[in-house]
Ligand binder design. Structure first.
Ligand code: S3P
Length: 163
């Protein structure tokens, strides 16, 4: 079984992946962590600041490709993974793509004091980014789970019962 979680920054991919991993006894792969490791930087902010977003996207593509044949795993992606459709093709291979759909207000509330999301610091453009990505998440998912007002337990239960 392979479950791939997609959705905007702050939609709960990491937390839901951990919960699913316990319930289903599957390994979690956190793509951002693999990207950091590969970059030899210490965090995402540093990659964006020193190498630029394009380099980050290049590593994101390489990591997606390297995960193509991985099975028995929950993959937690970065919110921008859908910007490059080839990533989805690699990740989808034998897997189920699940969109954690969260409203913009809820996301803003969750990320208010969080500093390690370089693309969330640009407050003027972030709503535009959010809007432009919704369609991509929807079109590229096999299942959409609305997460607003739901606990992590309820979200993972919904995912498991629809798999
Ligand atoms: C990004 C989302 C981040 C991380 C990077 C870029 C994006 O991951 O990959 O900052 O483009 O939306 P999360 O979705 O885990 O915050």
């Amino acid at each position: 079984m392979k479950i791939v979680l997609i959705g905007f920054m702050g939609s709960g991919k990491t937390t839901v992946a951990k919960s699913l991993s316990k319930k289903l006894n599957l390994e979690v792969v956190e793509m951002d962590n693999l990207i950091i490791k590969e970059s030899k930087r210490s965090n995402i902010n540093e990659i964006f600041a020193k190498d630029g977003e394009n380099y980050f996207r290049e590593l994101e593509k390489q990591i997606s490709k390297s995960l193509k044949n991985k099975d028995n795993v929950i993959i937690s992606t970065g919110g921008g993974v859908v910007m490059n459709i080839i990533n989805i093709k690699y990740l989808k291979n034998n897997g189920k793509i699940i969109f954690l759909k969260t409203g913009f207000l809820e996301i803003s509330r969750r990320l208010k004091n969080i500093k390690d999301r370089p693309l969330f610091q640009d407050k003027k453009n972030v709503k535009k980014l959010f809007d432009s990505r919704q369609k991509l998440y929807e079109e590229n998912s096999d299942l959409i789970i609305n997460t607003d007002g739901k606990s992590v337990g309820k979200i993972s239960y919904e995912i498991i019962s629809q798999n």
